[in-house]
Design a protein around this ligand. Sequence first.
Ligand code: NAD
Length: 425
Amino acid sequence: MSTAVPGTTAVREVSVFGDAIAYFNEAAALLNLDPGIKAILTHPSRQIIFSIPFQRDNGGIEVYTGYRVQYNFARGPAKGGIRFHPGVTLDEVTALAFWMTWKCAVVDLPFGGGKGGVTCDPSTLSMSEIERITRRYAAELVEVIGPDKDVPAPDVNTTPQHMAWIMDTFSMHVRQNTPGVVTGKPLEIGGSRGRVEATGRGVSIVALDEMARLGIDPKGARVIVQGFGNVGGVAAKMFQDAGCTVIGISDVTGAYVNTNGIDAAGAMAYAQEHHSLDGYRGGDKMSNQSMLEVECDVLVPAALEKVLNIDNASRIKAKLIVEGANGPTTPEADHIFAKNGIIVIPDIMANAGGVTVSYFEWVQDRQGYFWKEAEVNARLEEVLLDNFAVLREIAQSRGISYRTAAYMVAIDRVVKSLKLRGVYA
Ligand code: NAD
């Protein structure tokens, strides 16, 4: 990823993985981590780059690049989504796999961390072209994914349908129905009830818990959500159901702000029908950047990385930031928020609801026994609130941020597994 250096024609390379390591280092210093262990944890176990040749509908052949990074296996099989986006790079996928390692550990799941992606713009592709890319992606990875190896899931621009194609391609190759190879599948082929809503639901569960501690009454609390996909759309609806006033929503087409409140469910129906919020009339249109700076109680970045950065952090007026997206806050912005008394619930805790229900899905697939939605949601709430309470206890007793506390808990759990298993040589 690169950004223009203001006032010049120069371009500054910005490593997402580099930023991710910066957060890790803060917590590692507090844990007095052994340098050898630290070296293991700051190197991905395996990075795979491969070509995806595919046929366009018009008969022409194109070649895209696919990635899968399996960051760490100390606590179990790698786990993490697959992203289809023009901005996908090895650096970004590595950072996302790194975060998955800590996210799974923060909520105490028996998984390591992984992530994948294809550098492509799905808006320029037909469904049959996307299916061919997805199946080729899965076929290239047949030897290294599987229920006990690496379990992908949806991420930006991938859906339960993509997971169905991956599950089918993998099952055809291994000659055995293998629903547990991916999570986030449609219900009919081994998906879990509650999985689609789980990340957004989790965002609202931890946010409401923190709002109670801060004395912010949900009734009338002003909430802004950036990104209106699987995470942002559901989170907005859950905040509204809890009595909050959603005053801003946005997607790639722009932001829509209405201080009297936006009907999140209506906006979701609009976005579903029109495939985006373009033309939505429930709020005044502005840029995504401007919306982030509107005064509110809770700000939920739920789109892409680095949207809260050194350029805008000092103008953010939220009381609480709940990171629905992965990596939306740069380390520089994080320090400004700490200085300004803005509380941040970090991505690896705030959006862990998705991987938690993915874990439930994997368990259900392996048992061939499927739970009712109320049971999934109750277990999700228990996992998130129990582990958030652990972070809060450490953050308060040591006077550190939730982010540093989350990394400390996660690193400690991974290191314990690593030490028990030992370094095989
Ligand atoms: P999605 O594809 O369903 O939705 C992404 C949303 O972001 C869309 O509304 C899109 O229009 C918007 N968007 C894209 N680029 C934007 C931009 N430049 N400015 C403003 N909005 C923009 O994806 P998702 O699954 O909701 O994922 C969103 C974030 O949450 C990602 O960071 C992802 O890694 C993270 N996440 C997703 C899950 C999950 O279960 N889906 C779990 C944990 C974390």
